[in-house]
Ligand binder design. Structure first.
Ligand code: UD1
Length: 359
């Protein structure tokens, strides 16, 4: 009988990309795969377009806010509805094991998994666990982390540092295809700007304010987030809202990166040896996880960091210059970085957790 695995996770691409990395390997091994996400989140688009044959089940999910909102009173009911919907999906799909990448949609799924007695593996990408994963920890059979520093926040007997799980297609980029896509054939080095999967207004603004100076030294590829493209005919400047199959090719032609400090992105840049300037999401707009991610990378010599409140045009351009000067020292440090689990290792670990009698 074929084994069955169910994936969950969503809200932003960072909570989906590990699933996207693992699904193809489970397919190769002939597992039956299904997915639970929200009705309208980015995970729905990513999973249904990349894996049209994987059944996608949308459920209700409340957002776990740290601030006051009227929805804080109605969302617990949505979570409850989500638990019941997820339970019904689990009874239908009968997974032997569940893999959760976190995000608020995963909370009802994990509660339902506990009720249905299905083993669950969760993966935490950031230095400190997100709220959804914090709630999920008591229900997890096994917890995997990207950073080894994260283990201090996790139950010792059930947690392992696996490192970042990176989708294999990112290593298959072609500079030639990248040049054809972007129409950038100049001899200048390429600077890729990535504002996280949802874009970043602060980064978009400073990049555009600094564009003339940047274009003297670089060709610029700007992943600016949905609805953020501006009208311009500046030569050497290419904008995308969000890229999918193009990303490996754009990365292959990239020399340096300016980015938010979302965990998946920065580990992808590390794996591809792209020195980076990180501008983490500030403590005002998040729990500060990206600041910790960025600090860990600066400490290891993989990145420079600029905090959002210091993001003046002058400071930005000076730090980009420093990045260019330190490029090769950073690449050397990156070559010494400890390896992460391969996709095969992670897949085998999840398979080992699976119970034999899905019901
Ligand atoms: C605002 C917010 O909540 N950010 C969090 C979110 O970030 P976010 O969703 O931005 O997550 P990451 O930076 O971790 O991952 C983004 C993923 O999207 C991909 N990508 C990005 C742009 C693009 O055009 N195409 C594309 O495929 C990247 O290659 C990467 O795999 O999850 C991360 C991992 O838990 C956290 O560290 C971040 O703090």
């Amino acid at each position: 009988m074929t084994k069955r695995v169910l994936f969950t996770g969503g809200g932003s691409a960072g909570h989906v990309s590990v699933n996207v990395a693992l699904i193809p390997r489970f397919k190769e091994k002939d597992w039956t795969i299904s997915y639970i996400g929200s009705h309208n989140g980015i995970e729905k688009d990513m999973i249904t377009t990349q894996f049209p044959d994987v059944p996608y089940h949308g459920i209700a999910s409340g957002k776990l806010r740290r601030y006051f909102s009227v929805k804080n009173f109605t969302d617990p009911f949505r979570v409850l509805a989500g638990v019941m919907q997820a339970y019904r999906v689990l009874k239908k799909e009968k997974p032997n094991v569940i893999f959760s990448k976190g995000g608020f949609v995963s909370v009802p799924v994990l509660l339902a998994a506990k009720m249905a007695k299905i083993p669950v593996a969760i993966h935490e990408s950031d230095v400190t666990p997100g709220l959804a994963n914090k709630l999920a920890i008591p229900f997890a059979t096994k917890i995997y982390t990207t950073f080894k520093e994260t283990l201090q926040f996790m139950p010792k007997d059930r947690s392992t540092c696996a490192g970042a799980i990176i989708r294999e297609e990112l290593f298959t980029g072609s500079r030639k295809v990248g040049e054809e896509l972007t129409n950038l054939h100049a001899s200048k080095p390429v600077l890729l700007i990535m504002g996280g999967s949802l874009g970043a207004q602060g980064i978009n603004k400073v990049v555009r304010d600094s564009l003339d100076s940047l274009l003297e030294h670089f060709s610029v590829i700007h992943l600016c987030g949905k609805g953020n493209i501006i009208q311009t005919d500046k030569e050497g400047y290419v904008q995308y809202e969000f890229v999918s199959t193009e990303l490996p090719h754009l990365l292959e032609m990239t020399d340096l990166v300016v980015s938010r400090a979302g965990s998946n992105s920065i580990f992808e840049f590390l794996a591809l040896k792209k020195p980076m300037l990180l501008i983490p999401l500030s403590k005002e707009s998040s729990r500060g996880d990206q600041i910790l991610n960025a600090n860990a990378f600066v400490q290891q010599g993989f990145a420079l960091k600029l905090e959002e409140q210091d993001l003046s045009q002058e400071c930005f351009l000076t730090t980009v210059r420093q990045l260019r000067d330190q490029q090769w020292t950073m690449v050397e440090k990156m070559e010494e970085a400890p390896p992460s689990y391969t996709i095969d290792q992670m897949t085998d670990e999840i398979a080992l957790l699976s119970r034999s009698n899905g019901n």
